[in-house]
Design a protein. Sequence first.
Lengths: 287, 366
Amino acid sequence: MAAIIRKELHEYFTSMTGYASISFFLLVIGFFFTYFNLMYADPDYAATIASSIFALIFMAPFMTMRLFAAEKRQKTDILIFTSPVSIASIVVAKVISAITVYLIGMAITIILPLTLAPLGKLPVPLIISAYVGFALLGACFMSLGAFVSSLTSNQIVATISSCVLFVALFAIDAFLPLIPSNGAWSFAFIMALIAIIAALTGYTTKNYISPVIVILVAGGANAALFFIKRDIFTGLIFKILDACSITGRFSNFSAGVLSIADIIFYISFSVAMIVITIAAIEKRRWR
Amino acid sequence: MIEVSDLRKRYGRGVAVDGVSFHAKPGEILGFLGPNGAGKTTTMNMLTGYIAPTDGEIIINGFNMLESPLKARSQIGYLPDTPPLYDDMSVDEYLTFAARLKKVSGKDGRASVELVKRKTFIEDVSKRIIKNLSKGYRQRVGVAQAMLGDPKAIIFDEPTVGLDPQQIIEMRSLIKELGKKRAVILSSHILSEVSAVCDRVIIMNKGKIVASGTTNALTRAFSGGGGIVARVKGERKSIVNAFESVPEIAEAKIKPCQEEGAWDVIITGKENADVRETVFRLMAAKDMPLLMLKPVDLTLEEVFLKITNAGEGFGEYGGDRSDKTGDESGDEPGGEPSAEKSGASDAEANARDEGEKEENVSGGDN
């Protein structure tokens, strides 16, 4: 595992990938820092971080695109996957190395609040909380990007797909207020989700029986619930999307609220992404 | 060392490898021969744990590939058909990384890297970036990688493709040296390559083993029906006439050769009998100088045609039979298939000869 982390970090910093992504990130945060904290003389550095998280939309795909796609294209995946290292540790090592580069970029930005310190009283707990959230959010994005990269051998495809995915993640928050809260819509939304899950089951198991079972059982349960306890469906879409929103949770961190639930959500999201990446690679071996 | 039983791989509805069983001992070089798409690469990818078999068992040095994959993989060095190289690394960086990946690090790792560089003659390119290396050097770096950590079994997928004749000879002697203590498996679609290096050969076609045995037994079995080539100096017409009325000869085909005033005659004996003596006496009697006499080198296609034509008669060519000479022709029902084949167009045969030339030359050395 250490061998792969060393190799990945070496690749990040012998190619322009590592430097370019860190520079881009510094540019974005530097811009907001100058605008909010310097020009408007606002000590709220956490707001600067909160505004800069959109940089991840571009930075994360750029940093993760090559993790698996490039290995597949230059056929070096054979070397790695036939070595006495488990697939799980390979995936974890790659995600850790991407997160490490991200954290290096983040560490540099600590200079910014420090330059503000002599000018007045800094809201230190707020800044620490924002940084914790920022690191965790980065971990989520890197692991999601790594997953997308494991699906293709084309780096461009990997970059664009994860970019689109990240924009969608941000867009969920923007569209949340517009979502209808009435029960019938929620019912339809759940049914659509069940249909998607059924389609995926059919696709992965390659038979017609399992998706039918999924639709009958889950759809039946959904319909039964709808007729028995209709009131739980009110505003359900909002609740589900709000709970799943990665970027939405970040506002808690930048507001200085360090809740265990949020931290666990971010960590389990990253772990889930790593697990499905491992599963995707394992599945390709068996296909 | 390597034991494989009833290995299968299905891709969707297609079957890439269909019930393959074999074994390789330490100190043995096993050759996999077969046309493109015969399932050689798929078999090797399964042996090394890169892809999982649909069915069957792989045991490497006592470790089952499915039950303890990491231990099984650590016994193997693998050079895939495309060497798995990182273009942006230098040779040293690459080998150091590969050594760490194989859990050979620190002092042992450095020693191992130096050793494989010396063995594969790549010390002078240690500091070069891999993307700037020529095909031959890339291949050698790939081989060096497979040798790192002194694995018990080494698997080479088409190791000499793209190398020049000199490099091919070097590669073959390296493989032979590796095969002294380890189990080495290599694949190729060139018969002379396999016969030059391997102790035992497995011939695959359409995912199945169609023939296997020691190299000597196979070569003799297959060259028996191929006939001989005699290069004769003289007029075309008189040469044709000379061969016409000989009872031992089933067929004689004449075609031009590179030497001026001489012709190549491809001769097949009746029931594949050895007609070399007959030809010698015949030419001596007719006062036609015999410039060359050699068995027809069968190309892989011809071996395949022979195997498929022979049907079930071909199977195991065991080493215990190697003392019986001239016996193999009995396994073969008739010489018609090869006679038909020599009827193939001369242009095609020539083109094939051109392509095979360097193989034959270097194969002859061994």
